[in-house]
Design a protein around this ligand. Structure first.
Ligand code: FAD
Length: 240
């Protein structure tokens, strides 16, 4: 096997195995000639290069495969069944209940902050604009809980939640970004201080929530990809 894959989360964790989509039929069109291989990361020919980013703890890597030999029994499913396998797998990966739980935690911390902090002699929690923004986030958290449960209910019933996972991902990744944005707004310029700065308000929570969620609407399929999946599930015409 030869090739390269960028943005591989936790490849240097270290990972013992990776799952790769590889082209096994060079003549088949598009997604038709692809298979899934389980690859031992200790195989000769694999190089993992970390990619440093500003977005919190290290996660991302680029992985290179140079003449890597993969045993035939490391084929997952059937040869050329790769696209079907990975589409199903991604429908499960995309749900991610942790997302609305994290945003919900940030919201609770912000509500406490608004109650205990006064600006110009008045608690932030009495400011109608602040109240409206917190309420908006609370409603979105509740909606996130429901769309996640809808997808999980389909999983529990033994079906693949393709459309439901796309809805959950679109809604809940944007929710995480909104939680970070509201935290920055309420805490002001000091919110940009990171957790290792003793002056960082709320232990650097606002910055962490904001910066770590910039790429969240890209990972596991961008928002546009999710919209395409949903459009297809709704029977809308395909884009040209
Ligand atoms: C934090 C993070 C972690 C990641 N972890 C992993 C990992 O562990 N393993 C892994 O395999 N990958 C990982 N990725 C990669 C991620 O899955 C891809 O970056 C993502 O699916 C987008 O693909 P791309 O980068 O090729 O962008 P492209 O597909 O090139 O998209 C570029 C732009 O074009 C738009 N676009 C593309 N096609 C269409 C279309 N048909 N219609 C409308 N708009 C379109 C996209 O929305 C986007 O705005 C990670 C990425 C990030 C940011």
């Amino acid at each position: 096997m030869n090739g390269q894959k960028i943005w591989t989360s936790y490849a240097d964790a270290p990972a013992q195995w990776c799952l790769a989509l590889v082209r096994t039929d060079p003549d088949a069109p598009g997604s038709a000639g692809i298979s899934v291989l389980l690859i031992d990361m200790a195989s000769p020919g694999i190089t993992v290069r970390p990619i440093p980013t500003l977005a919190g703890p290290h996660e991302l890597n680029e992985v290179f495969f140079d003449d890597v030999v993969v045993p035939a029994d490391c084929l997952l499913g059937r040869q050329e069944q790769g696209w079907e396998i990975v589409r199903t797998g991604l429908a499960f990966e995309r749900v991610g209940v942790a997302r609305y739980a994290r945003a919900g935690f940030v919201l609770e911390v912000l509500v406490d902050h608004a109650r205990s902090t006064s600006v110009g002699g008045r608690p932030l929690a009495e400011d109608p604009l602040v109240r409206a923004k917190l309420a908006d986030l609370r409603i979105r958290c509740e909606a996130a809980r429901l769309v996640s449960y809808q997808a999980i209910a389909r999983q529990a019933a033994g079906t693949v939640p393709v459309a439901e996972a796309a809805v959950a991902r679109m809604h809940n990744t944007v929710l995480e970004q909104l939680a970070g944005q509201l935290a920055l707004e309420l805490l002001g310029p000091a919110a940009q201080l990171t957790h290792d700065d003793p002056d960082a308000p709320l232990g650097g929570l606002a910055w962490r929530q904001w910066v770590r969620n910039i790429p969240t609407t890209v990972a596991a399929g961008t928002l546009e990809t999710q919209k395409n999946i949903l459009g297809r599930a709704l029977g809308l015409p395909r884009s040209a």
